[in-house]
Design a protein around this ligand. Sequence first.
Ligand code: FAD
Length: 290
Amino acid sequence: MIHDFTYLKPGTLQEALSMLADHKDDSKIICGGQSLLIVMRQGLLVTDYLIDIKGLKELSYLTYDEKEGFKIGAATTHRIIETSELIKQRCPVLIAVEKRLASIQVRNWGTIAGNLAHGDSSGDLAPTLIALDAKIKLASSKGSRIVPLEQFYTGLFETALEKDELVVEVQIPPLRPGTAAAYKKFNLIENDQAIVGVAAALTVDRGGACKEARVVLSNAGVTPIRAKSAETVLIGKKLADALLAKAGEAASGDADPVSDIHASEAYRRHLVKVLTKRMVRQAWEQAAHS
Ligand SMILES: Cc1cc2nc3c(=O)[nH]c(=O)nc-3n(C[C@H](O)[C@H](O)[C@H](O)COP(=O)(O)OP(=O)(O)OC[C@H]3O[C@@H](n4cnc5c(N)ncnc54)[C@H](O)[C@@H]3O)c2cc1C
């Protein structure tokens, strides 16, 4: 059962921010409601006010600039990202991620910021966007700030959002020459949440050596985890099976998974190892041919 609440429908972003400031201790933002309504129905979240930002046109856009990269408004749906020509040309990994994210019904209504702000460590977008070095723009009635997405997650379903802040934009820098990214999740039901997922973004120089690497794990800890030991293993090296095996081992050591009804801790570590090898290879080969 969902407890009673007062529904607020701001007409502008400014109005939404002042509603949030007025009710910062007893309100929640709702956008697509795909995740929020579930936790409300389960009684895990009770709030006096729901501030609905779904209809705010100011928050629904997807643009690309050669210097600054992508700017995606908070209320942009998964489906808009999945079907964007710009994303297909400049950041195809996101199309692959979106195609396997939930069902088309959820993707039609759920939004990028709702996905990120929910703070579920099994989410697919956060690890991929962290691998792409994305940033997130937060705003309150007092102003705005930009936070690297990597620093946004502070604990289990917890983020750096202050009570009077909302996410207004996701920023993805342009991919450097010789860079490619890949993401894969392991799950038992197609398009379900990840039991474990691995994103890898690699920059490869003309001689075929790895110049930069970002490897990020989903559902292998309470937040998305950067597998920094794996990244260190890769930098400066050339692609080889033994190197991938070493990177997989290192990522497995960087993971901090739990055992639950879906998988044991040991199995999750095994999946991290296997998916890291595969995603690093995939990103490396694409980067070398880009
Ligand atoms: C059946 C099902 C399957 C799913 N499978 C996957 C999957 O495979 N992979 C995956 O990654 N995700 C999955 N999801 C999660 C889904 O992607 C999210 O539910 C959706 O993107 C959330 O967006 P929303 O707009 O509906 O957010 P809401 O449900 O409206 O909000 C979610 C949370 O974010 C907050 N919020 C929303 N917008 C903002 C904002 N702009 N600023 C600050 N806080 C905000 C809300 O207060 C709430 O805490 C699944 C969900 C369902 C229901």
